[in-house]
Design a protein around this ligand. Structure first.
Ligand SMILES: Nc1ncnc2c1ncn2[C@@H]1O[C@H](COP(=O)(O)OP(=O)(O)OP(=O)(O)O)[C@@H](O)[C@H]1O
Ligand SMILES: [Mg+2]
Length: 419
């Protein structure tokens, strides 16, 4: 693509196709570094009565994996509906959401008299859909729910494919009744031999914390544990996007993006999105991204990053003093996710020195107080793991902090990247 002559609309369409800073990926060709979990899902799709639970930290790529797997293995499954959970969602509300999505997606033919009558028996009408959706769905038991899903998504024996329902953001549910309902429903559907698979997705550092430990969970629920991507994967994402626009990045630029991202693909997308915008605006004619374009791109990526990250950073650093900035940078420095006070102090002193115009916190206790201050509250930025050890509550925020430091001339990386 020649950025100088390409019309804006063509450029934007192409960018939206390949760059996804704030939306999931559905095209398995764009899903980098997930071969192993994709195979786990394929095995799950091919095993009768088995559902999947994709779990991992916020932003590792759970939703993208679920959607891409359905696309990739479309010879064995069809995505019927993808729904998200909210804090107070009840099982009836979620089943209603599934129904609405199935009807709107037009995946199954619900126009036959028999099927209409069957659906009506559950208190729903598919006649003039809006009206039908307003009816209260009242499904009291998992057996009833299993029958309901089997009615709206009957097995297609000709195609011999299983339906998939993605139940996303499962971690949002605070109502344990709903959590139990869905885990029991998954089991019941396996027992009833229903041709529908659930893929649950949820933020967790331990799956049992999320769904409780049911004895038979392993038999009908396959846990797919997602870790952050490797640096090489982040490099591939950035490189692949650049190539789609006939551009290349230097190995230094690519490594730096990987160093900022720390395995979270959002950052590769958000930085590449901004680099492409700058290159397009400047009608860039060469193939090798210049240092200026790269720098401008990363600078504006800070504004394009997820709002919750920007807000958390601003809240943490604007507390009537600017002293918290380097405290956060020092905690995000290096390879370790959890850092001991002693190391934070060393990195802090170095960062202050590197800037030469900043006055740091010199007293140890004072620095400790600043760190402890950032650990206060349920949604604090940092958490104290044990005395004197600190880590970020949200690993993606750690990456954002690294990006902010980079934009201020301080590169936080592992040993090989120290300047
Ligand atoms: N394997 C991958 N290769 C390239 N980009 C990816 C990959 N996985 C995810 N992404 C990108 O990373 C971002 C986060 O992905 P996604 O929304 O799937 O994560 P998530 O784990 O579901 O997040 P959350 O915890 O917020 O629900 C998106 O911008 C998506 O496009
Ligand atoms: Mg998600």
């Amino acid at each position: 693509m020649d950025l100088k002559t390409t019309p804006r609309k063509t450029f934007i369409d192409r960018k939206n196709h390949f760059v996804h800073p704030s939306s999931q990926i559905s095209d398995p060709r764009q899903l980098v570094g997930r071969e192993a979990p994709l195979k786990e899902l394929r095995d799950c799709f091919e095993t009768k009565g088995l559902h999947a639970f994709i779990w991992g930290l916020r932003g590792v790529g759970k939703t993208s994996l679920a959607h891409s797997a359905c696309e990739k293995y479309d010879d064995s499954v069809v995505l019927a509906a993808a729904i998200g959970c909210e804090k107070n969602s009840t099982s009836n509300e979620l089943l209603k959401d599934v129904f609405r999505r199935v009807v709107n997606g037009g995946k199954v033919n619900l126009s036959g008299k028999t099927i209409k009558a069957k659906i009506a028996a559950f208190g729903f009408s598919v006649e003039g859909s809006a009206e039908g959706f307003q009816n209260q769905l009242s499904i009291g038991s998992v057996n009833h729910a299993s029958d309901f899903l089997n009615t709206i998504l009957p097995a297609d024996h000709e195609e011999n494919k299983e339906w998939v329902i993605i139940i996303d953001e499962f971690d949002q549910l605070k109502n344990t009744k709903t959590i139990d309902f869905f885990t029991s429903l998954a089991k019941q559907m396996s027992v009833d031999n229903v041709s529908i698979k659930f893929i649950f997705c949820g933020v967790a550092s331990n799956l049992n914390e999320l769904i409780g430990s049911h004895e038979s969970v392993d038999r009908y629920l396959k846990a797919v544990d997602l870790n952050p991507l490797l640096s090489g994967n982040i490099i591939d994402i950035s490189k692949d996007i650049a190539e789609e626009f006939s551009l290349t990045l230097s190995s230094g630029q690519l490594n730096r993006i990987a160093q900022i991202a720390c395995g979270y693909p959002h950052f590769a997308h958000v930085i590449m999105n901004e680099i492409l915008n700058v290159a397009f605006e400047e009608k860039f004619e060469r193939t090798q991204i210049s240092a200026t374009i790269y720098k401008e791109g990363v600078q504006s990526a800070a504004k394009g990053a997820a709002t919750r990250l920007r807000k958390a950073y601003e809240d943490a650093t604007r507390r009537g003093t600017d002293k918290y900035i380097e405290v956060l940078w020092a905690t995000a420095d290096g390879q370790l996710m959890t850092k001991q006070f002693k190391t934070i102090k060393e990195d802090y002193d170095r960062i202050i020195l590197e800037q030469n115009n900043r006055e740091g916190i010199s007293k140890e206790q004072n620095l400790r107080n600043h760190l402890n201050e950032l650990c206060k509250g349920d949604d604090s930025v940092l958490i104290r793991e044990k005395t004197g050890w600190y880590s970020f509550r949200e690993p993606m925020l750690r990456s954002y902090v690294r990006m902010m430091a980079h934009n201020n001339g301080i590169d936080l990386g592992d040993e090989s990247f120290k300047r």
